[in-house]
Write a protein that binds this ligand. Structure first.
Ligand SMILES: Nc1ncnc2c1ncn2[C@@H]1O[C@H](COP(=O)(O)OP(=O)(O)OP(=O)(O)O)[C@@H](O)[C@H]1O
Length: 253
């Protein structure tokens, strides 16, 4: 596969839920292309089909029409961590590694490596219910990374967290994506989060769900970027305001 080939390509996809006689069209005629290393954010009001598009890329939904091409392995992080409560933190990660074919003897070292990557070194023996919401979400991110995905799909992963934890994890995911070159497709309601994280933002509208606008984010993307400084940058404020206006217009249309 040539590096110029997209990692994800949806062509004119329509997704319907419910009984065939009385279906709900969740997404209509949506097309999108995501290239290797891009960080693409889907933003839009509740019910516009963001999660549906993500689930389509994850292979959890089938389109009623159109085509879905996903060229590389994906890992998924949902809004809630969905960890196994009867396993330790390390047990949750080992389970994912085992499913990915990692030999038993290699798993402890990989678990330690993954926990360091998400800022939880030495936590392998902890019970998941002993962790804070932010720590649990970090474990969920580590679990998604355990399969060494080249594409990370994230569905409002920080929505349930407090503002302080959210900002830290936003920074970590931004750095992680930049340093590993992982392709990310990320869903959020927040214009601020979209502009901070995305290299490109797709704006969706509801009734039926569709992609109505697109914005490229011309902010620095290097792993070493100081996100605190970026939040205070006037360019950041201007882009956030522009995206909020575009999203409002899409919602009103
Ligand atoms: N399992 C389902 N059965 C029937 N309708 C569904 C189902 N899942 C989603 N829908 C409908 O499809 C549409 C798109 O839903 P989706 O969850 O993709 O939107 P969203 O933009 O992710 O919303 P939110 O931001 O609230 O999570 C909505 O009208 C929703 O009610």
């Amino acid at each position: 596969m040539s590096p110029a080939e997209p990692d994800i390509r949806l062509r004119d996809v329509t997704v319907r839920y419910g009984p065939p006689r009385n279906p709900v069209t969740a997404v209509a005629d949506a097309s999108l292309t995501v290239r290797p290393g891009e960080f693409v954010v889907l933003v839009g009001p509740s019910g516009c089909g963001k999660t549906t598009l993500l689930r389509l890329v994850a292979g959890l939904e089938q389109p009623a029409a159109g085509t879905v091409e996903v060229r590389r392995a994906t890992g998924v992080v949902f809004q809630t961590p969905r960890l196994f409560p009867w396993r330790t933190v390390g047990g949750n990660l080992s389970f994912a590694l085992a499913r990915n074919g990692v030999a038993r003897a290699e798993r402890p070292a990989r678990v330690a490596e993954l926990l360091s990557l998400v800022g939880l070194p030495g936590m392998a023996g902890r019970r998941t219910w002993e962790l804070s919401g932010g720590q649990q979400q970090r474990v969920a991110i580590a679990r998604a990374l355990a399969t060494e995905p080249q594409i990370l799909l994230m569905d409002e992963p920080f929505a349930a967290l407090d503002a302080f934890t959210r900002e830290r994890l936003q920074e970590e995911v931004r750095t992680l994506a930049a340093s590993t070159g992982t392709t990310v497709l990320f869903v959020t309601h927040s214009a601020e989060e979209a502009v901070l994280l995305g290299s490109r933002v797709l704006v969706m509208a509801a009734g039926p769900g569709r992609i109505v606008d697109e914005m490229t984010v011309p902010l620095p993307r290097a792993a070493a970027t100081d996100t605190a400084a970026l939040r205070g940058d006037p360019r950041f404020a201007a882009l956030r305001a522009e995206l909020a206006a575009v999203t409002r217009a899409a919602t009103a249309a």
